[in-house]
Design a protein around this ligand. Structure first.
Ligand SMILES: Nc1ncnc2c1ncn2[C@@H]1O[C@H](COP(=O)(O)OP(=O)(O)OP(=O)(O)O)[C@@H](O)[C@H]1O
Ligand SMILES: [Mg+2]
Length: 448
């Protein structure tokens, strides 16, 4: 059952209960009033009869007086008077007006028991009459009460129905934004983050709508960023493979060829018996092999920056610095690393290495610096500060592609419960700083 139907049903039930209670109270009061009226009518009638009976013994025409007495009750709406003969048979009954629209018997019963009939003996059984019976009659009052009851019920039912229709319309209008919100949530659940809801309506909904729109926008931005990061990762992988293929082709290929040539020469010299020339070719082969070994080691260190896990953070950073120093001898690297890196959790080492790697790569790529300084400090509160500062151009023009390095660094550091700051320095150059609390719970989570 929908919330709207529940609310409407609840209000309908409350209205029905209050109508029923109102009817019971009104019925009870009508019953009391009717009984009072009948009792009063009967009392008045008794008095009329009693005072007539006082004069009866002095009357010359008691029979006529008794008939006239009965006739005085004609049209009385509360009492019907009957004159009984000596045998107790009614010989004359006053006329009571029958109601035009009598009430149903159940309604008359509901209004309560009538006061009992009163039989008043004719004094001295004058003119052969025994008694006058006064019977309460409530037909007209009950019919009037019935009409009133019907009109009250009609008015109450009409206004309740109208009220329900209004409540239904108001609730439908109030729930419309909720339905829109539910629809958009379903779309988000299905992976479509493009939908937004209009931010209007009651205050409670307004906050919900604004929160939803922000959440959807954030999800859309994160998804887009992930997609771009994924694309970039693929591009980087392809570039790296092409780079390695080029290195293998340009560095290893010629040396293998040279080794092959030297080996052939040694064979020919052996056939010709010119053994004195052999050592020179052997040395050439050894030099080529040594060169190839160095190339292979370089390749391996590029393919497996995870040497850190084998050699430790400081060694991995030194390795990385050596890689750039060979290619950019014009840049001086200054290292100020932690002496006791064992105090760093493994998860922190990984984050730190990636920060140093990306920040130093950025410095080389964008800053054109003379010096790059990599410094670690660990304070008494166990906060590790890692800074990579260069004395290059400061803010360089953003590269046409990419632009994910800083974002990625920020995400890594945030995931480890730390903060990252970066930007050009006031006197030139650029500094990237990461702060990590080694006690933080996120560090444990990041490690998990
Ligand atoms: N050391 C620096 N010196 C000068 N500019 C820098 C430095 N570090 C970052 N920048 C500027 O910040 C921009 C964003 O850097 P970011 O690392 O996010 O992207 P990128 O290096 O251009 O590309 P990639 O996604 O490959 O890292 C750079 O394009 C550059 O303009
Ligand atoms: Mg970068």
């Amino acid at each position: 059952m929908s919330l709207r139907a529940r609310v409407v049903a609840l209000i309908a039930a409350v209205l029905a209960i209050s109508m029923a209670m109102g009817t019971v109270v009104a019925g009870y009061e009508a019953r009391q009033a009717l009984n009072g009226e009948l009792a009063a009518g009967l009392g008045g009638a008794r008095q009329t009869v009693a005072s007539a009976f006082e004069d009866l013994p002095h009357s010359d025409h008691p029979a006529r007086d008794l008939r006239q007495l009965i006739a005085t009750f004609d049209g009385n709406r509360h009492v019907r008077a009957s004159l009984l003969d000596a045998e107790g048979r009614p010989v004359l009954i006053s006329h009571t007006r029958a109601p035009d629209h009598p009430a149903p018997p159940w309604f008359a019963r509901l209004l309560g028991a009538m006061p009992p009939e009163a039989e008043i003996a004719v004094p001295g059984s004058a003119a052969g009459f025994r008694a006058i019976v006064l019977a309460p009659t409530a037909g007209i009052d009950v019919s009037a009460a019935w009409r009133e009851f019907i009109s009250i019920v009609a008015v109450l039912s009409g206004s309740a129905a109208l009220g329900l229709v209004l409540v239904y319309l108001v609730i439908s209008a109030a729930f419309r934004p909720l339905r829109a919100l539910a629809g958009q949530f379903a779309r988000v659940g299905a992976g479509d983050y493009s939908g937004r809801v209009a931010e209007r309506g009651p205050t409670e909904l307004f906050g919900l709508q604004r929160g939803f729109n922000r959440m959807a926008a954030e999800l859309a931005a994160t998804t887009e960023r992930n997609r771009l990061l994924g694309d970039q990762l693929l591009t980087i992988q392809e570039e790296e493979r092409a780079d390695i293929a080029r290195d293998l082709h340009d560095d290893i290929g010629p040396h293998l060829f040279a080794v092959n040539m030297d080996a052939e020469m040694i064979a020919q010299l052996g056939d010709l018996g010119r053994h004195e020339a052999v050592p020179e070719h052997v040395r050439a082969i050894q030099a080529a092999v040594a060169h190839m070994q160095r190339q292979v080691r370089d390749l391996l260190s590029r393919l497996r920056p995870a040497r850190m896990t084998e050699l430790g953070l400081n060694a991995a950073i030194c390795d990385f610095v050596r890689f750039w120093s060979q290619r950019r001898p014009d840049i001086a690297f200054r290292l100020n690393l932690l002496e006791d890196e064992c105090r760093l959790p493994e998860a922190a080492k990984d984050v730190v290495y990636r920060v140093v790697q990306e920040a130093a790569n950025n410095a080389v790529r964008h800053g054109d610096p003379h010096t790059i300084e990599i410094a670690f400090t660990l304070d008494a509160q166990q906060t590790l500060t890692v800074s990579v500062a260069d004395d290059g151009v400061g803010r360089a023009a953003p590269s046409a592609v990419g632009g994910f390095g800083l974002v990625g660094m920020g995400e890594r550091v945030a995931a480890a419960g730390g903060t990252l700051s970066f930007g050009p320095d006031p006197d030139g150059g650029w500094t990237t700083t990461a702060r990590l609390s080694l006690d933080s719970a996120s560090m444990t989570q990041a490690a998990a």
